[in-house]
Design a protein around this ligand. Structure first.
Ligand SMILES: C[S@@+](CC[C@H](N)C(=O)[O-])C[C@H]1O[C@@H](n2cnc3c(N)ncnc32)[C@H](O)[C@@H]1O
Length: 278
């Protein structure tokens, strides 16, 4: 009888059952209530969202990059899972909050949340590793600003804006010129994100995967801006676009927008674009 050779996974430590489960193209993750500090960030993603992708696309000890790191959710998830991570974030206040949060979680590995502009993050990272061997990143997981969505009042977002304003919490990321959420032109926004990812490519190892979380947006004139589709197209100039996964939330309040004349949906899903460097 010939012995069956066990095939070793180069990608992750999942068994067959876990692997298959992780490949379903949609899933539900309902964010847990945030800590007092993290609430300052207007659009943090949940660590549980990061964990499912980190579990699929990395092994323990691998390096993960997040160029729009916010308050460090990617790094927290990586720490809990024994992966190393570097995050770059433009707003220094978010960096400070993130560093404290990361320290408060238990885990393994090296985790660096540094202030900087994603456009030149290769330089920040080079400086950080000066005198040491700079690792190649095995995986990138991030969520850039959904254009200037946070600055526009629309439907459900309007309610959240009002509630945050009443509590004295920020409703957008910053007034900084380099903040990609402050770019006026939609076309320029898509191109800028594209250029950021072009410049990041040399930091990633060959065949590394990327997961970019975005959402299509209804503009104030009622037209949809298909951010996920336009970014998918732009990023596929540099990377190979593999798939999309749809992250659904089913614990959000439903709003009665547009009734009784106009169709306005309650958007409770995000696109996780899956790309690969090849
Ligand atoms: C959707 S949020 C990411 C939140 C993050 N995933 C978390 O859970 O905390 C986008 C982040 O990009 C940051 N940002 C905007 N422009 C940037 C730039 N040019 N370079 C780096 N970060 C930027 C914003 O300040 C914001 O924190």
């Amino acid at each position: 009888m010939t012995e069956k050779k066990e095939r070793k996974s180069t990608l992750n430590n999942l068994d067959g059952k876990e692997w298959v489960k992780a490949t379903k193209s949609w899933f539900i993750v309902n964010p847990k209530p945030r800590s007092k500090n993290q609430i300052c960030h207007p659009a943090k993603y949940p660590e549980e969202l990061v964990s499912r992708f980190v579990a699929f696309f990395t092994k323990e000890g691998h390096w993960v990059l997040d160029p729009f790191a916010g308050v460090g959710s990617t790094l927290i998830a990586c720490k809990e899972m024994g992966r190393n991570a570097v995050g770059v974030e433009l707003n220094i206040e978010f960096v400070e909050i993130g560093i404290k949060s990361i320290q408060s979680f238990k885990g393994k590995g090296k985790h660096f949340l540094i202030p900087g502009d994603a456009y030149v993050c290769h330089m920040n990272i080079e400086d950080m590793f000066e005198g040491e061997e700079q690792p190649e990143f095995d995986f990138l997981m991030t969520s850039p600003p959904y254009w200037n969505m946070l600055r526009k009042s629309r439907g459900g977002n309007d309610t959240i804006h009002k509630e945050r304003e009443e509590e004295g919490l920020p409703t957008y990321y910053s007034d900084l010129e380099l903040d990609v959420g402050n770019i006026d032109s939609y076309e320029e926004y898509i191109e800028r994100i594209g250029q950021i990812f072009d410049r990041i490519k040399p930091l990633l190892r060959s065949k590394a995967y990327l997961v970019v979380v975005v959402q299509n947006m209804r503009d104030i004139d009622g037209e949809m801006k298909p951010i996920a589709w336009d970014l998918g197209k732009r990023l596929s100039q540099t990377y190979s676009l593999k798939q999309e996964m749809i992250w659904c939330q089913d614990n959000k309040r439903l709003g009665c927008w547009g009734f009784p004349t106009t169709y306005v949906s309650n958007v409770h899903h995000h696109y996780c674009l899956i790309l690969q460097k090849n």
